[in-house]
Design a protein around this ligand. Structure first.
Ligand SMILES: Nc1ncnc2c1ncn2[C@@H]1O[C@H](COP(=O)(O)OP(=O)(O)O)[C@@H](O)[C@H]1O
Ligand SMILES: [Mg+2]
Length: 491
């Protein structure tokens, strides 16, 4: 099916999420939709799949205008979408999820559905137990199940919204194979991503969106540089690191032991001075998160002493750490960092930690607007935080930080963000550092660790290595440490 989107407009209040977007997608191809977070990709795809309604514009399938009021209507016409956040039902079994959305009743056709599911599994080389619970599946498997469900409902155009987020490399390779084979069988695939590499690897043509508009369309062979320019307006350069004089000790860990029911990391000794950036490296779950949380008073260390600016802080709550200029930004931005259901104005009011009983809403809202401008958040004072894209949620978290912090603790500060947002986040952090804050951050991205850390703390197998100077450490050394070499007992 050949698909045309013509002059699509969609506004959310003052945000023009789709501003006159036109795209044509040929049948049987993999077409990329590339753009940074907040560019308007998901909005366009939700319009196409009947999930939300456009303000203006036309959708044509094989030349004929179509109007989808609901996703069910879209799928009947052959358009199915895999959402960025899976829309399956984890407490249900595989077979029941496979049957969702069928008009012909859940009960009579179970035997037939089983056979059908087996047929699809065979076709794509997937392995599923129809009676397993979806909650036991990996994200990659849940995608596979959703692909089969949409195909069984008759989808001819499949939309994948950021499908490579949160899946492992082998799963990604499998997914890409599946997408290629779907295209070979005549399906039209729309692949939505903010990752250049993925678009380059997979797509025959790529349409690039920026701030709600199409900035260009390129066909193979294209270069990364071309795509970057369309995504960001110009090629990005990494910024040169400014060296600054270190101040007094902000954080001290003395013989600290952290742990939970499954992990114990003893003997952490560290002194961090004002203006220093420390990267915490290691395989996820090796104690980096526990360490950051202990430094914020969110978890108690099992032993040892934690000092902030000279004062012993053991057994103090987070708000006492806050009083001493500490802030913690979790990786779960929406789950832990923000409060879903509350808007930006309400967040700023909470972050002020004021004792006033009454809120001056008018002042609060205009204050929120000025922060939104200052931090280039794509949203409004009344926008609920769950409606913001990941990058804008991270901007919002940074906007909530008090001005004069001593110590900023961040878990995966740029995870899931596009290049430009990541650079922006670090510009903010380095500006804080210039004003005398110390920064401790964890990251799974070694480039990020090397680029921004003065010193690196490696967590591995229940141990922490002595902090390494980033400038004097090679990637190979770091890799070996992360893998557990040189961290053995008695080391
Ligand atoms: N339901 C909504 N309400 C208000 N604003 C929204 C909503 N959905 C998206 N937006 C805004 O529209 C813009 C585009 O978002 P989105 O389409 O999700 O971008 P992308 O998928 O490219 O990251 C963003 O600024 C986002 O905050
Ligand atoms: Mg999106």
């Amino acid at each position: 099916m050949r698909l045309e989107l013509k002059g699509i407009h969609k506004r959310f209040g003052s945000v023009h999420a789709n501003d006159d977007i036109s795209v044509t997608i040929e049948a049987g191809t993999i077409h990329g939709l590339l753009g940074e977070n907040g560019a308007g990709k998901s909005t366009l795809m939700k319009v196409l799949s009947g999930f939300i309604h456009r303000d203006a514009g036309e959708i044509l399938l094989d030349g004929a205008p179509v109007e989808f009021k609901t996703p069910a209507e879209a799928i009947r016409a052959g358009v199915g979408m895999l959402h960025q956040d899976p829309l399956d039902f984890p407490p249900l079994r595989v077979l029941d999820n496979f049957l969702l959305g069928r008009a012909d009743g859940l009960w009579l056709k179970r035997a037939q559905a089983r056979a059908n599911l087996r047929k699809f599994c065979h076709q794509f080389g997937f392995a599923f137990d129809p009676d397993a619970f979806v909650s036991s599946l990996t994200v990659g498997e849940r995608q596979q199940l959703e692909i089969m469900r949409l195909l069984s409902l008759g989808a001819k155009i499949l939309i994948f919204d950021e499908p490579t987020t949160g899946i492992s490399l082998p799963q990604k390779i499998k997914l890409f194979d599946t997408l290629r084979s779907l295209a070979q069988q005549g399906m039209t695939i729309i692949f939505v991503t903010h990752k250049l590499q993925d678009a380059e690897d997979l797509c025959r043509k790529v349409t690039v969106l920026r701030l709600g508009r199409v900035t260009g369309e390129v066909a193979r062979p294209f270069t990364a540089d071309q795509l970057v320019r369309l995504m960001f307006g110009q090629s990005l350069e990494t910024q040169a690191r400014e060296s600054i004089a270190l101040g007094e000790a902000v954080l001290e860990l003395r013989e600290v032991c952290i742990g939970d029911y499954r992990l114990r990391v003893p003997d952490i000794n560290l002194q961090v001075r004002a203006g220093e950036v420390i990267g915490l490296a290691g395989i996820e779950g090796s104690g980096q998160r526990l360490c950051l949380r202990a430094c914020a008073g969110l978890d108690q260390p099992l032993a040892g002493e934690i000092r902030i600016a000279g004062e012993r802080m053991n057994r103090q709550p987070y708000n006492k750490f806050q009083d001493r200029g500490v802030a913690y930004l979790p990786a779960g931005r929406l789950e832990e960092g923000l409060v879903p259901g509350l808007n930006l104005t309400e967040h700023l009011i909470l972050a002020e930690r004021s004792n006033e009983f009454f809120v001056n809403w008018k002042a609060a809202s205009s204050h929120a607007q000025s922060r939104i401008n200052e931090y280039s958040i794509r949203g409004m004072p009344a926008s609920r935080v769950e409606a913001l894209s990941g990058g804008n949620q991270q901007r919002a978290l940074l906007a909530l930080l008090q001005p004069n912090l001593r110590l900023v603790l961040l878990e995966h500060p740029t995870r899931g963000l596009d290049i430009e947002s990541s650079l922006w986040v670090w510009r903010q952090l380095l500006e804080r550092r210039r004003r005398g804050a110390a920064i401790l951050f964890s990251s799974a991205d070694l480039d990020e660790i090397f680029e921004y850390s003065d010193r690196i703390l490696v967590f591995s197998g229940g141990r922490v290595a002595k902090a390494l100077r980033a400038k004097e450490t090679s990637v190979q050394q770091l890799g070996e440490l992360i893998g557990g070499k040189g961290l053995g007992i008695g080391d």
